[in-house]
Design a protein around this ligand. Structure first.
Ligand code: URA
Length: 244
């Protein structure tokens, strides 16, 4: 059986973004931290870092944030950028402010363009991130595409065949599955993720994407009740669904 990891209280809370270790020492000394209902005054002492920690460790009576090893699903709204650095609204602005100070940091699993909406996954778990984006995992992504002009009719076959060469690239595309929904709407399922791939695929067919929305990542579909701009923690079942 593997040993439960533990961390000094001041380091744990500082890593969760609550403040400096010195500030955490003071909070604990003042009796503001409880563990299983009892004041936890010595912040040099270790606490077990388990999934249920928020049920046991409270700050001012409130459950602490989930410990490292989290994954989130976010309904990315239009106009937000998947970057830590750029100006303008960032997807990270949609998370609680404190979470921006977390160590390890939370990052997006892959990216969506500023003008793409839909399912975006985030995690602080580097191994999970790499598992999702690794070509070996075959995690397909499904997009709902709205086009400027009616489809020509040969798009489904062209994409299914693979081999399409995008402007400026040297490696042909893998086969992709397209389903026509209306003359100007389609679902496109990709098993790779190149820069602006969906937009460039339709540009190669002489069309222009006017709206792009990601509906699913692997077997995980954006929940209908997850409103644009909101997120939720992923359960083990959600993570398993990504790889299903
Ligand atoms: N393809 C694109 O063109 N944009 C995205 O955001 C995702 C896939």
């Amino acid at each position: 059986m593997s040993k439960t990891p533990t961390l000094r209280l001041d380091r744990l809370l500082a890593n969760l973004g609550y403040g400096s270790r010195r500030e955490m020492q003071a909070l604990a000394k003042n009796g503001r931290v409880t563990f299983d209902g009892e004041p936890f005054r010595d912040a040099d002492k270790h606490v077990p870092v388990t999934r249920d920690l928020p049920d046991r460790l409270k700050l001012d009576g409130k459950p602490i944030d989930p410990p490292p090893g989290i994954a989130l699903m976010l309904h990315k709204p239009l106009g937000t950028t998947c970057s830590h650095k750029e100006a303008g609204p960032l997807v990270y602005d949609l998370l609680p402010t404190r979470w921006r100070m977390r160590e390890p940091a939370i990052s997006t699993i892959g990216r969506l363009d500023k003008e793409t909406s839909g399912l975006l996954l985030l995690t602080d778990d580097g191994a999970l991130l790499h598992r999702v984006i690794s070509p070996k995992s075959h995690v397909a992504k499904r997009y709902r595409v709205t086009l400027d002009r009616p489809l020509r009719g040969d798009e489904e076959a062209t994409f299914a065949e693979g081999g399409l060469m995008l402007d400026g690239e040297t490696k042909p595309l893998l086969p992709a599955v397209m389903e026509t929904l209306s003359p100007t709407e389609a679902l496109l399922t990709l098993s790779e993720g190149r820069y602006h791939q969906v937009r460039r695929m339709f540009a190669a067919m002489g069309n222009h994407v006017t709206a792009l929305h990601r509906e699913s990542v692997g077997g995980l579909t954006l929940p209908a009740d997850l409103e644009a701009g909101t997120f939720r923690l992923m359960t083990d079942a959600d993570i398993a669904a990504v790889f299903a």
